[in-house]
Design a protein around this ligand. Sequence first.
Ligand code: SAM
Length: 280
Amino acid sequence: MSGYDPVKYKISSMQKWNIVAPSYHSDWASKDRGPFRSTIELVKAAEIGPSNSVLDVACGTGAVSIQVARQLGSSGMLVGIDFSSGAIGIARSLAPIGHFVEMDAENIGLGIRFDRIVCQYALMFFPDPARVLSRLWELLKNNGRLAVAVHGTSAEVPYFSTIMDPVLRHIPDIKPEGTPTVHRFGNVANLRGVIAGAGFSNISIKKFIFDYEAGTFGEYWSNYMSTTAQSIRAAIEGRGPSVVSAIRAEAEEKVKKFIDKGSIRFPWRVLVATARREQD
Ligand SMILES: C[S@@+](CC[C@H](N)C(=O)[O-])C[C@H]1O[C@@H](n2cnc3c(N)ncnc32)[C@H](O)[C@@H]1O
């Protein structure tokens, strides 16, 4: 496979999110369980007041926006942006208030500034997260607050790595080298570094470990393949049944240590960072 191309990556990622948005919402984002216990923590960390103006970056199907809306009074304002029209459509239909706009987080064309900016499970997907954060700094009012949630490292989020590690061992070129990974800011130093580099101060990073019940191995496998691995599934299956069986067998072996009373229970590390914009 040729080298990583940020434009192609963004187009295929947008297509993926358009396809998976409904199941992502019903199976994951709308449930206050597993990694999505972070939604409440993120909104709490953002310290939103009733009259605040709030921007939800890569709002997806609206999980965070719906909670933000509950904090806002009649003088508050909420804007959600995401590049997936499928996800934005769901957010628009579910959030009680808010303006939901299809927009690339790497090219935010908004002419207003906000008291609060929140971003859950998206920073790691942006090809140039440093540039996005610099723009978010510009979009915050003085003393405005940023709150960001990201997944932990590969070892700390075995839901992803239990299948992805064997996939990469059998098909090392499944994704072009340099493609952003979901664990990119799982390390506190990396997360702090990219936020500080954009000019933010008062950075604080809180670590959480949530539990995620993934069911039987068969349920875990099919859920993973239809959501997380949706964009690479055809490439995996294209290698033939013997490669798929080998990946499956390795993942099944790795999952054993997480089985509790017949069901998989994964730990799930989440980092919630907050930071301030201090001056113009
Ligand atoms: C894991 S979902 C998180 C959605 C939502 N924040 C939540 O907590 O449920 C990642 C979202 O990032 C969006 N996304 C990824 N890259 C983006 C970009 N460059 N611009 C805007 N949205 C982007 C996807 O469309 C998807 O909705």
